[in-house]
Design a protein around this ligand. Structure first.
Ligand code: ADQ
Length: 525
């Protein structure tokens, strides 16, 4: 089969629905780079999902559909590191409405216990529908007959239902990386039935935690009148399986980094640079209000004030990765955190020593691993978190079984890492007790707690997670084709109207397909 110049993707693959495995995620697994001569290129983005899916995507020549990260036209489909990438174009208005708005200012806070007030906006909802339809159409175009399609995360919850209408032959899986909320919270959502119908378009819906799976089943019954069966959910004549698939990390790679002499020597250097304190506490988060950074700082400050921890001999390293900086709530959080860090340092620092080191930066994997090795205590105390991979990375990196993990009960990881110092991060006393307990644990206690967690992770790494989901999806017989009852046209049925219009009118929109397999015009739909 001839490959198109520049892209490496054959024209048939790009145009005629040749892919047996298709992954959809908001972002492509690559980031834009520019070399020294100013030439643009791509680099694989760091992250477990890419690592987990890379071998299977390569083996099955799968396609990945996602946004390339910049507003404007999408690049043509191309191959990077053996993965076939199909960029989706987002306009500046799409980024504002679908991504920053509906995804990150409505759904994100609502699904995280409403720890910040979700903002509801009809224009954002329309953008969300339009962009979800664009993703669904792209998948409908490139998927082979009977292909397996895996849709990821809260940005794309309407896609399974839309895709089911466009391509009933496909086997569709959906995995939610963040928590799925209880009925009373979810029901605040103006698009609630529409989102549930979108998700129920999948054959298999996966969650991080059993609570999310239970919430989903309850909502399907209460909101849409679906029948709950032993095996899943029966809705409009189809069976939908819902189950728990806790995501994990690349354990082997993390262990390799933890034993790498260069990383170990960097860890020793970090401790020296911090002034060789008795206790180094580390926290690594995206600078997000769900991560519990402010509660943690408050607990730490109280411990210093009460001499529960010695300010002269304790350092907290707070790494806060910049994230979603266009959104008001994130800008406000950054200001509050930075003010609090200054206040603590103002009150407790001495000449040449600072109780809080605040790093608003990204690090490469090796530097992050060195930080994990340098830390006596890892504080992972989100107010709510789907899983939290940092907790797992810390445990896997500590090859000698030392270290102490303080972990929020409200992180998905707490269901697996039971030997951590589990804590309610809203309870200041409990948080202080857990931090002090972890800081003063002896090596025996550290090993007694860390070893079973390391063993658990060895058996449950990210490859096992991906294989578990895909095998389960592959075994599911595609649901019966009982036609869905026609809905009266109304705001909640709008995407279905769009999707029906599109499928009934395949030539209704000008589609530019060059012989090189350039589908960019389609992606800009
Ligand atoms: P996130 O909210 O982004 O993910 P998390 O699970 O903690 O949260 O993953 C963060 C990742 O970023 C980790 O792999 C970590 O190593 C990396 N990272 C953190 N700080 C960094 C830094 N300074 N530089 C470089 N890399 C850094 C969402 C959900 C989570 C869920 C994941 C995966 O919110 O609950 O665990 O998806 O499903």
């Amino acid at each position: 089969m001839a490959s198109a110049p520049h892209t490496g993707i054959s024209a048939r693959q790009a145009e005629a629905g040749r892919y047996d495995l298709v992954v959809l995620a908001n972002r492509l697994p690559v980031d834009r780079t520019t070399d020294e001569a100013g030439r643009p290129g791509w680099r694989q983005s760091p992250g477990g999902l890419v690592t987990a899916l890379h071998p299977i995507m390569k083996q099955r020549a799968g396609a990945w559909i996602g946004w390339h990260g910049l507003p404007g036209p999408a690049p043509s489909p191309f191959v990077h590191d053996d993965i076939h990438l199909h960029p989706i174009a987002l306009t500046a208005d799409d980024v504002e409405g679908y991504y920053e708005g509906q995804s990150n200012a409505t759904i994100w806070p609502l699904y995280h216990d409403g720890v910040e007030q979700p903002v509801f906006d009809r224009a954002w909802q329309d953008r969300y529908r339009a962009v979800n339809l664009r993703f669904a159409q792209a998948a409908a175009r490139v998927a082979a007959p009977g292909a397996l399609v895996w849709v990821h995360d809260y940005h794309l919850q309407l896609v399974p239902g839309m895709l089911r209408e466009l391509r009933p032959d496909l086997r569709i899986g959906f995995f939610l990386h963040i928590p799925f909320p209880p009925v009373e919270l979810f029901c605040q959502m103006p698009m609630r039935e529409e989102i549930m119908r979108g998700l129920l378009g999948a054959d298999l819906v996966g969650f991080q935690h059993a609570q999310g799976t239970r919430n989903f089943r309850t909502l399907a019954a209460e909101l849409l009148g679906a029948e709950i069966t032993d095996t899943g959910i029966r809705y409009q004549g189809r069976d939908v399986a819902a189950d728990t698939f806790p995501i994990s990390i690349d354990v082997a790679e993390q262990q390799r980094l933890g034993s790498d002499p260069a990383v170990r020597s960097r860890a020793a250097q970090i401790r020296r640079e911090l002034g060789d304190p008795r206790t180094v506490i580390l926290a690594v988060d995206r600078l997000d209000y769900t991560k519990g950074i402010e509660c943690r700082l408050r607990a730490y400050e109280e411990l210093l004030s009460r001499q529960g921890l010695d300010p002269a001999d304790t350092v907290l390293v707070q790494v806060a990765v910049p994230t979603r900086q266009q959104i008001d709530q994130y800008q406000a959080l950054r200001e509050r955190v930075e003010r609090e860090v200054s206040r603590i340092n103002g009150e407790h620092a001495g000449i040449g020593r600072m109780p809080v080191h605040y790093l608003h930066q990204s690090f490469d994997r090796a530097e992050l691993a060195a930080l994990y090795l340098a830390a006596d205590v890892m504080a992972v105390t989100p107010l709510r978190d789907g899983m939290n991979l940092v907790a797992k990375e810390y445990v896997a990196t500590r090859a000698d079984g030392t270290g102490a993990l303080v972990l929020s009960e409200f992180a998905g990881a707490a269901a697996e890492l039971r030997q951590a110092w589990l804590v309610n991060p809203h309870d200041l006393d409990a948080l202080e007790e857990a931090l002090a307990g972890a800081a003063f644990a002896d090596a025996d206690e550290q090993r007694r707690r860390m070893e079973p967690m390391r063993e658990h992770l060895r058996r449950h790494d990210v490859n096992a997670w991906a294989a578990g989901f895909l095998n389960r999806l592959g075994r599911i017989a595609v649901g019966s084709r009982t036609p869905a009852p026609q809905r009266a046209a109304g705001s909640r049925g709008r995407w279905a109207e769009h999707a029906r219009g599109w499928s009934a009118r395949p030539a209704g929109r000008p589609v530019v397909r060059s012989s090189s397999g350039d589908t960019a015009a389609l992606a800009r739909d």
